[in-house]
Design a binder for this molecule. Structure first.
Ligand SMILES: [Zn+2]
Length: 130
């Protein structure tokens, strides 16, 4: 049997995330959230599927999901926000000599902040905000 895949619209994904969270209140990992979201999406269209990354980013940008991430130190540099995928902006400060120093990074879209020490997410959890 040939399986056909289709990609859900962002609005449909948001709805699926909402239904999944209404039923489960919280998810301890992105894998679990994605499973539940795919279940909801299949009710709309049998051939819908979605990547982990897309579930996480749409959840983080939905406004009704609180995303928590466990971070661990790393020497890899973060290029985009590990929560919502938006661009990170440097947080600057001035040294005693008046030089500009980057002391960390922050995301303008969600509330993510990172110290200058690089960190990478090891596990996400999700719950309904409010
Ligand atoms: Zn962000």
């Amino acid at each position: 049997m040939v399986r056909m895949y289709a990609l859900p619209k962002e609005e449909e994904v948001r709805n699926a995330i909402y239904f999944a969270l209404r039923k489960n209140k919280s998810f301890p990992s992105l894998v679990k959230l994605r499973e539940a979201v795919i279940n909801e999406l299949k009710k709309m269209n049998e051939s819908y599927t979605i990547s982990m990354r897309r579930v996480r980013i749409i959840a983080a940008r939905s406004g009704f999901v609180k995303v928590n991430a466990k971070m661990k130190a790393s020497n890899k540099k973060l290029k985009v926000c590990p929560i919502c995928g938006a661009k990170l902006e440097p947080i600057k400060n001035y040294s005693l000599l008046g030089e500009e120093v980057v002391i960390g990074y922050k995301c303008k879209l969600c509330s993510y902040r990172a110290s200058i020490k690089n960190e990478l997410p090891t596990r996400y959890s999700f719950q309904l905000a409010r």
